[in-house]
Design a protein around this ligand. Structure first.
Ligand code: ADP
Ligand code: MG
Length: 682
């Protein structure tokens, strides 16, 4: 019997309407229902008042004596008291604004109340009251599960339904983990854990249940990853690129600089993947300015030598233009044609370009989302690279891999995350890391100043611009905001335009049209505009080497990764650069971020500190990272378990008899049923 195949309406009381209501909650089958876990519990276990300490939350059952007395304060506010005999201890119970209960509190009745215990006054302020016998029977002595419900699905009804489902089908919950692992970690069985997650008798029950399900959930997730990786390596036939290594080496020696050791290492890893028959599925991470673009160009060249077209995906038009220019500079001398496919082209331009791509006349296509949102047909697509993949949604990344036959895929990111975290979270991907900067980079001097220094900063920008340099001024917001006392880009722009004259000032923000943005960026890149006031649209990848000053206003409003990205816009060859963080942080965390930024310019160190400050869950931003929404596990708490689960999963998948061993058979069946798709991101 497979509980996932049994619809919920087999249960009594679930008709057509209720079936639909449950479906709104994502509950279709008995399995869904049993796995619809509560997000908290209400504790109705009775407290022994002789042992309760002052201020503790207590639940007691007692007999009403005397009459309730109500005092009114105006029409709405009231205070009601009644005396309650709790096993011989006489206490006062107080209710605020619940005078409607008065008629139900008869002397001699037994009631249950919860609330804060004031030991000296023998008094409880009630926040929960159970009057009827039936209610008391149902709740008292238990931890009641609290589910997320809708107006159509009532809490008490859902509780009962889940309970009934357990009575009827609980016996059919099958164990999925191998005994070996259950014993190794002393886990309780799957059926028991699922039941106790709904109906724990005490804290320890809940803890054991959670421990078991967290492990199972993370183990199954990692099992999928490890399986994908294995299948990928052995079964998914990608392009076996064939190219002459000598020509690639010539290309590398033709560059204006020698590669760093790290660049050489990752280039080797990528070229190996290109040659191998399996599909490349690799993440290339490296700090801003560590030279990922050159590595991408080498890969695109090797891909071209083997007779294939390549695609480079970027998140914004500005980046598309810049990458097109820098790749063209590197690749055109070798006979390659680099084209750019963006959303702001005219219909005719687009049609012409699509034709060229289809006929194989374009060797490298650089594009924004437009490239994947609408059908683009390549003659022979052999390599897809995405830059700043964090900006791409899960779906887009998946789509990308499905384009063409099975092109090799390289994801590039300048948001470095610590290696152990990367290999755990990026699941089935291989990870290459550039952890070394090109020689001769001048470190960017970073200062943190208070807002009252603003006039002096303005003078400083002016001085730098007079020397022929350029500056960025970043503000979190575009327009005036009433709630937040934040400097906004529009205002700063207007102010600086006056104060800086004759130095020219430009404004860039996300609400401008693509054409407007491009125009401003072009002016800045050509030094027609010296100071660029901007919201964070310049964050990723933008390259204007002549810019040497980065001012971030209200810097404490930004996260560390973002600040690091922003700082990376300067120090790109134009001489000594500086980054000025203007902030009066209101929180300790804000102060800490400013401190980290002034202490180090190493992206990996910053991400390590960021991870420390925020914990893995927050750090990764689960939604963005491509990790699934786990039902029980919480990565900010359970990250260690994820790591353990990963190595256990690898061990299991790589057992030679994994598919035939009865112990691991349920896991294999699970994998066969799981929606693996072409990607790990779902
Ligand atoms: P990333 O994309 O990783 O941020 P880029 O590829 O844009 O970095 O490189 C940043 C700058 O450093 C570019 O101007 C590039 O030409 C230069 N560069 C890249 N590799 C090296 C190297 N090995 N030595 C010197 N300069 C380099
Ligand atoms: Mg780059």
């Amino acid at each position: 019997m497979n509980l996932a195949d049994i619809p919920v309406d087999v249960l009594p009381g679930v008709g057509e309407q209720k079936k639909q209501d449950l479906s709104e909650l994502g509950i279709e089958s008995i399995a869904d229902l049993l796995e619809y876990y509560p997000y908290r519990y209400e504790d109705y276990r009775l407290t022994d008042l002789t042992e309760a300490s002052d201020g503790e939350k207590v639940t007691v059952q007692g007999r009403v004596y005397g009459q309730p007395s109500v005092r009114w304060y105006g029409k709405k506010k009231s205070r009601m008291t009644v005396k309650l005999d709790v096993n011989g201890i006489h206490i006062h119970v107080i209710w605020f604004n619940q005078a409607y209960l008065k008629d139900k509190l008869h002397a001699g009745n037994t009631i249950v109340i919860s609330g804060k215990w004031e030991r000296n006054r023998l008094q409880v302020t009630a926040d929960r009251t159970l009057i009827s016998e039936r209610e008391q029977e149902r709740h008292v002595g238990r931890l009641q599960p609290v589910y997320s419900v809708t107006s159509a699905v009532k809490m008490s009804w859902l509780r009962k339904l889940i309970y009934e489902a357990f009575v009827k089908y609980g016996g059919h919950i099958k164990e999925i983990l191998p005994q070996e692992l259950i014993q190794r970690y002393k886990l309780i069985s799957r059926a028991k854990a699922m039941y106790l997650l709904h109906f724990p008798k005490g804290k320890e029950d809940g803890r054991q249940a959670r421990r078991r399900m967290v492990y199972e959930e993370l183990f199954l997730y990692e099992l999928k990853m490890m399986w994908l990786k294995k299948v990928h390596r052995t079964e998914v036939k990608g392009v076996s690129h064939e190219f002459d290594m000598k020509q690639v080496k010539e290309f590398i020696s033709g560059l204006a600089f020698p590669l760093t050791g790290a660049q050489k290492r990752v280039t080797r890893e990528i070229l190996q993947d290109l040659r191998a028959p399996a599909q490349m599925n690799r993440l290339l991470q490296g700090d801003v300015g560590s030279g990922k673009t050159v590595v991408a160009a080498i890969a695109l060249y090797a891909n071209y030598l083997s007779g294939y077209q390549g695609a480079l995906m970027v998140p914004t038009e500005i980046l598309a233009d810049q990458h097109t220019a820098s790749l063209a500079e590197l690749l055109t001398p070798y006979g390659m044609k680099v084209v750019s496919l963006t959303g702001s082209m005219t219909a005719k331009e687009r049609r012409d370009l699509l034709g060229q791509i289809q006929m194989g006349l374009a060797d490298v296509v650089v594009g924004t989302h437009a490239l994947i949102q609408e059908p683009v047909t390549f003659r022979r697509l052999g390599l897809v690279i995405t830059d700043e993949q964090h900006r791409f949604g899960v779906k887009q990344r998946a789509l990308l891999r499905e384009k063409g036959e099975v092109p090799d895929v390289l994801f590039m990111t300048a948001t470095p995350i610590p290696r152990t975290l990367a290999i755990t979270v990026f699941g089935e991907m291989d990870v290459s890391t550039i952890d070394e900067m090109p020689a001769g980079r001048q470190p960017i001097d970073t200062y943190w100043v208070k807002k009252d220094m603003w006039p002096r900063i303005v003078q400083y920008i002016k001085k730098e611009c007079t020397k022929g340099h350029q500056a960025y001024v970043i503000c979190p917001l575009i327009e005036e905001s009433e709630k937040l006392d934040l400097q906004n880009a529009q205002e700063v722009f207007e102010q600086l335009a006056v104060e800086m004259s004759p130095i020219r000032v430009g404004l860039l923000h996300g609400r401008m049209s693509a054409t407007e943005k491009e125009e401003v960026m072009r002016l800045f890149a050509e030094n027609e505009v010296q100071v660029l006031i901007s919201t964070t649209v310049v964050e990723v990848g933008v390259n204007v080497p002549n810019a040497t000053v980065m001012v971030v206003y209200d810097a404490d409003r930004f996260g560390l990764a973002q600040l690091h990205q922003l700082r990376g816009r300067v120090g790109r060859g134009g001489g000594a650069s500086s980054c000025i963080l203007v902030a009066d942080p209101k929180s300790e965390a804000g102060v800490e971020r400013m401190r980290v930024m002034t202490e180090t310019t190493d992206g990996f160190e910053i991400s390590r500190r960021d991870l420390e400050l925020r914990g893995p869950g927050d750090f990764l931003g689960v939604k963005q990272s491509g990790l699934p929404d786990f039902k029980v596990a919480d990565l900010s708490e359970d990250f260690r378990v994820l790591e353990i689960a990963r190595s256990d999963a690898a061990e299991v998948v790589n057992q030679p008899n994994f598919q035939s061993n009865p112990e691991t058979q349920p896991l294999f069946e699970y994998l066969m049923k799981a929606e693996l798709g072409a990607t790990s991101f779902d």
